[in-house]
Structures are given as C-alpha cells and as structure tokens.
Design a binder for this molecule. Sequence first.
Ligand code: ADP
Ligand code: MG
Length: 308
Amino acid sequence: MADQPYLEVKGVSKTYTLKTIFSGSKQVKALQDISFKLGRGEALALVGESGSGKSTCGRAIAGMFDIDEGDILVNGKSITSARNSKEKRENAQKVQMVFQDPFASLNPTHTVRHHLARPLTLHKRVPEGSTLEQELVRTLEDVELEPDVMLDKFPHELSGGQRQRINLARALAVGAELIIADEPTSMLDVSIRRSILNLMNRLKTDRGITFLYITHDLATAHYLTENTAVMYGGRIVEYGPSDAIVRDPQHPYSQLLLSSVPNAHTRINADFEHARDFSKFADRVRTETAASTAGLKEIAAGRFVRAA
Ligand SMILES: Nc1ncnc2c1ncn2[C@@H]1O[C@H](COP(=O)(O)OP(=O)(O)O)[C@@H](O)[C@H]1O
Ligand SMILES: [Mg+2]
C-alpha cells in the first residue's frame, strides 16, 4: 500500500512501578494513550520538558521493553506480535536509536573502522560486487566525514559532533530505516548543533531515512520535521505541522515551552504575557495540563489540540 505509514503508534500506554523505601510502590504513567503516524522518509518531533515521556516513547518504538496497552506497527507489522527471534531481529535492525551522549554508545577501545565494520559484516550489509572497505568509505561519506582521516581513529580522538556522526553512520551500517534520535544535539556545542540537524535532514531527503526526533527545543524542530507532537505528563497535548506549532502554538503548555526560547517570533496569549508571577503561572499551566483528561480535538486540517 502506497499510503501505509512507516510507523504507526496506536493507543500506547506504559506505567512504571517504582519501589520506594518508605511508601511501598509508586506508579508513574510515562505514556498515556499515545497515537501518531509517521510516513516513510518523513520526520516527527517529540517535544517536551524532561520527564514528559519522550524517551519512553522512543524506547517503546525501538522495542526495548513491552508496552502495557496499544500497538506499534513498523511498515505495517506489529512489533509487539513479533513472535520469533528472526522477526524481532529484523525489527531491531530497521529501528535504530541515537542517544544524547555521543560517547556513551561508542566503545573507547575500538576504532571507527571496528564500530562500522562490525554491523556491516554481522548484518551482511556488503552487497555483491562491493567490498567491506568500499562500504566503510560509503558509510562515512554518507555522514560527511573523511574516510582516510576517520577510519583508524578512536572515539576520544573525535569531537562531540564527529562522534554523533559516527553514531548516525553506525545506525546506517546496521540498515536503519527509522532512526530515533533522542536529544542528539543537546550535549553538543551550540555552534555545531545545526550541522547535525542539517545532516539528519540530508539523510532524510537523500536516503529516505525516517526520523523520530526527540528534543526539548520546540523552536528548532521545524528544521528537520514535518510534524511535531508536544508531550506533557505522558500525553500528547498538541500535534500538527511543525512550522504552524512554532508560529502559533495553541495549547498553553506549548506556549509555555516556546516562551523560554529567546526571540521566538511567536504569538503568546495575553494571559501569559501579563502574568505578573511567571513561575506561578507556569506551575498552573503544568498542573492544569496534567489534570486534564480531555481528548485531542482537530482545530484545523492536521492540527490537534487537547482541551485545557
Ligand atoms: N526505567 C524507568 N523506571 C521508572 N521510571 C522511569 C523509567 N524511565 C523513565 N521513568 C519515568 O517516566 C517518566 C517519563 O520519563 P522519560 O520517558 O525519560 O521522559 P523524557 O525523555 O521526556 O525526559 C518520568 O517520570 C521518569 O521518571
Ligand atoms: Mg529523555
């Protein structure tokens, strides 16, 4: 089917149970009835402050734990019903995560060559008529690094931005079709954040890679993504075209997120601008957002907002 989304998240919920020393156990609803679709070669931003459930959502899609309710379909196939290990392995191969800390997922004792050669060999990603060396070169060129210079370097010899490029290269080497980038630029210098965003944008456009871009930075999400989902308290509070949301956020929580961005050319509601005690106002927005159980309403084509 031509119009089948590449990724479909359907009513997904996940509750963590925390054992506490004094008060028994505590439940954290990390995801509450999350639904969205993402077309092949498109990108969706998941935006929200720390603790809103973004990483849990990303890890659920990567199949890193079992969800409590709902279903996740990759290329039309449910990852939760992948019964045998072959199916699970194929899912795991197509969906790759890139994390915030570009060092954490690289082994300090191995060179760039090893980090890329291993998945290329393991997943039989060297096509007939090509050699491992040619594929290594191609993979590094895909992330705009010079193969001659890079192949024999160790992670500590690379800059943060170069390491994040290697993490993206490794995802490509495995055969990723969907890359879940979990705050991939937040530990990088401001000056190179944009170049990593640009690279992901080119991988999307030129290589047809689908991206779930997790960030707390609502203002930059529209460089890479067609659509944005704003999350708070495990729920999506607003969903729609990224440029529309950044220009004209409708939900008070989206407005709150944008208000922390200097020079965001955004219409903030009057209530907000004139709030004398900003932090009290912000607390009220959070409390009311968390308490609301209203559903998402379509306010314009493709734009959804949860009633406050
Ligand atoms: N492994 C875990 N065990 C228990 N609670 C968790 C775990 N991971 C996340 N949480 C909780 O779930 C909520 C959502 O967390 P997370 O998905 O990491 O949010 P975000 O990525 O938006 O910061 C938070 O309240 C967090 O404390
Ligand atoms: Mg996170």
